[in-house]
Design a protein around this ligand. Structure first.
Ligand code: PGA
Length: 269
């Protein structure tokens, strides 16, 4: 029996159309039901796995009902630091709540590398999410150069510290700990087909939990730490068998319903 309920989150990135997104949600929902993980199972407070999909912003609103009908949860891929105002192009946390999101991915390495998300900005986004009642999935992870130069744990600790300190200064800790999930996503494993071995991932996950424990020992035991980076049906089971791996953040494989459902099944154990 797992102490923490695993999460499997599909990060659809910049993919889909209205029709594609609708049929993907339906196929995932039906596929989960066929595997005995349908609505009654997923809806239970102690369900074996929590499954969420994170479509592009423009489709969130229209998918909310369909997603809820399958007892899946809805997440966004990013969020603004600010709640409202003159911030052209942004989408705020209260807006995401308003359209039915429960989760939001924050600090994905693509946002950090391509769109200027610094540790401080990421912390601001986590705070905005928590204040609006959204559960943030905070992404952390090192580049290949950082891994090769032995910096992995230092980089991940720095990324975590920025968020933990900001939550403490905003007096949102320890309550916010209950909402937060962390996704360890080594940048070199994202979309590359190159996955961290279960042992490599476990080493970092254990360090994330230890880093969290230095802030709050109670929180760290309950903190869900997902692995992301080329997770597929064929490697999910071995990754999820590791002690500190509590599910996955799935990119490419989340766009194929059957593959994604198999990953959810692996997490449900
Ligand atoms: P991937 O992406 O599964 O395609 O490697 C994971 C992610 O970027 O969240």
């Amino acid at each position: 029996m797992r102490i923490r309920r695993p999460i499997v989150a599909g990060n659809w990135k910049l993919n889909g159309s209205r029709a594609v997104c609708r049929s993907l949600v339906a196929a995932v929902g039906d596929g989960l039901s066929a595997q005995g993980l349908g609505p009654p199972v997923l809806a239970a407070a102690d369900s074996r796995v929590e499954v969420l999909v994170c479509p592009p912003f423009v489709y969130l609103s229209e998918l909310a009902g369909l997603v809820a009908g399958h007892q899946l949860k809805l997440g966004a891929q990013d969020v603004a630091v600010e709640d409202a105002g003159a911030f052209t192009g942004e989408v705020s946390a209260p807006m995401l709540r308003d359209v039915g999101c429960q989760y939001v991915i924050v600090g994905h390495s693509e946002r950090r590398a391509l769109f200027g998300d610094t540790d401080e900005r990421v912390a601001g986004k986590v705070i905005a999410a928590v204040r609006a009642g959204l559960a943030p999935i905070l992404c952390v992870g090192e580049t290949l150069a950082e891994r090769d130069s032995g910096q992995t744990l230092a980089v991940v600790r720095r990324q975590l510290a920025a968020v933990f300190s900001a939550l403490e200064s905003a007096s949102l800790a320890p309550a916010a700990w209950r909402e937060l999930a962390v996704a360890y996503e080594p940048v070199w494993a994202i979309g590359t087909g190159r996955t961290a071995t279960p042992e490599q991932a476990q080493e970092v996950h254990a360090d994330i939990r230890a880093t969290a424990a230095r802030r709050d020992a109670t929180m760290s035991g309950a903190l869900r730490i997902l692995y992301g980076g080329s997770v597929k049906a064929s490697n999910a089971r071995d990754l999820f068998a590791m002690r500190d791996i509590d599910g996955g953040l799935i990119g490419g494989a989340s766009l194929q319903a059957a593959e994604f459902v198999s990953i959810c099944k692996a997490a449900a154990g």
